[in-house]
Design a binder for this molecule. Structure first.
Ligand code: NAD
Length: 350
């Protein structure tokens, strides 16, 4: 049994406490600290200690692990203080505002030998696990074109997420999740990036964005995050040389079609006349040349993130979300911000 404390008892900090209490019996949430009184009022309902300050947590020798769930601009200094106080640290995403800040944390992590990991919980999302499993089983051949999209219509980003100073904006908020997922899917180097960061509702931060990445194995990824979309398209569309996978929505409804290796067919030389106009190149493929497969039956649980962290602390496992992986994602994010600023893409090797 490890003792745990949460720093920041807002939306996500409260989720951490409740989820651990329900699903992670090896971890005991001893208490939490938040600068807001209304947030601290929740400690009674949650049945945890109300720490009076961050120092009190850091000086409590019983605390083995802390989770940092405060606005993004405060992650770096808080993580460094916690590591220096001898605590193992889980930090919410985005770990920092840029890669230089993360490098400072990693230097202190190495110096102290404590665990440091970022809560990239969306590695356990079912839609992502389906795509990962389809790739692992080779169901799509070589994946060449991948699109991953989250589309909403809430408009502007709320609270501190709408402020640049606090590390707000969509690239740092959701971009980090979609980038982390796609960089997990393709273990190769990122060799080209491009970003369109729109400020539709905000003067300060990007709120509707499109990112393009090219990997050294030839896979191209387009990532989209919007807040003005009334008609959603799909969550994932993945095209490989041997198949196509579609995940339509958050419920993971979708389809997977594979080319039949032995289907004999020749494409019609004639032009096809569609309502939109004539075409030969884009003529529909006959169904008998394809097999429809069930989507891989995989499921994840965000609690598995903490189970892995605890296994690492018990010396039984390797850390899943490693600082070096997060640093690669932050290097890509640095370049995406630069791309948006300068209005062109960049070749790279990340
Ligand atoms: N992994 C995920 O799926 C996920 C989802 C939501 C949020 N997050 C991340 O969690 C973090 C918090 O986001 P949120 O949605 O909970 O925000 P929030 O605004 O709901 O909560 C933040 C809390 O931090 C408190 N706080 C601010 N400064 C503090 C300080 N110095 N010491 C202690 N408490 C302080 C605030 O009073 C507030 O209660 C962010 O980094 C965010 O990106 C991650």
């Amino acid at each position: 049994m490890f003792n745990h404390a949460v720093i920041g008892l807002g939306g996500m900090g409260t989720w951490h406490v409740e989820n651990i209490q329900k699903k992670v019996p090896r971890l005991h949430v001893k208490g939490a600290f938040d600068i807001r009184k209304e947030a601290m009022d929740k400690t009674e309902r949650l049945g945890i200690k109300a720490y009076a300050s961050l120092e009190e947590i850091l000086n409590d020798p019983e605390i083995d692990l802390v989770t940092i769930a405060i606005p993004n601009d405060m992650h770096k200094d808080t993580a460094i203080r916690c590591l220096r106080a001898g605590k193992n640290v889980v930090c919410e995403k985005p770990v920092t505002l840029n890669s230089a800040e993360l490098e400072e944390i990693i230097a202190v992590q190495k110096e102290t030998g404590k665990l440091f990991s970022v809560h990239q919980n969306r590695r356990w999302d079912r839609d992502f696990l389906i795509v990962k499993e389809a790739k692992k089983q080779g169901l799509l051949g070589d994946i060449k074109l991948l699109e991953s999209k989250v589309q909403g219509s809430r408009g502007s980003l709320e609270g501190w997420r709408g402020h640049k100073l606090n590390g707000g904006g969509m690239l740092l908020d959701w971009g980090i999740h979609l980038l982390d997922q796609v960089m997990q899917l393709d273990p190769g180097k990122v060799v080209k990036v491009d970003a369109h960061l729109l400020k539709v509702f905000s003067d300060e931060v990007d709120d509707n964005i499109k990112l393009a990445l090219l990997f050294d194995d030839g896979m191209s990824a387009i990532l989209e995050m919007t807040t003005m979309c009334l008609i959603n398209t799909y969550r994932w569309h993945v095209q490989g040389t041997g198949g196509t996978l579609l995940i339509k929505d958050w419920k993971c409804n979708g389809e997977l079609w594979q080319l039949k290796p032995d289907a004999e067919m020749t494409w019609d030389e004639d032009i096809v006349y569609t309502d939109a106009g004539p075409t030969r190149t884009m003529a529909p493929r006959p169904k008998y040349t394809m097999n429809q497969l069930d989507l891989p039956d995989v499921r994840g649980d965000w609690s598995d993130y903490y189970n892995n962290v605890l296994d690492v602390l018990e010396g039984k496992a390797e850390l899943i979300v490693k600082p070096a992986q997060t640093l690669r994602v932050m290097n890509v994010i640095d370049l995406l911000f630069k791309s948006a600023e300068e209005g062109h893409g960049f070749a790279c090797c990340i």
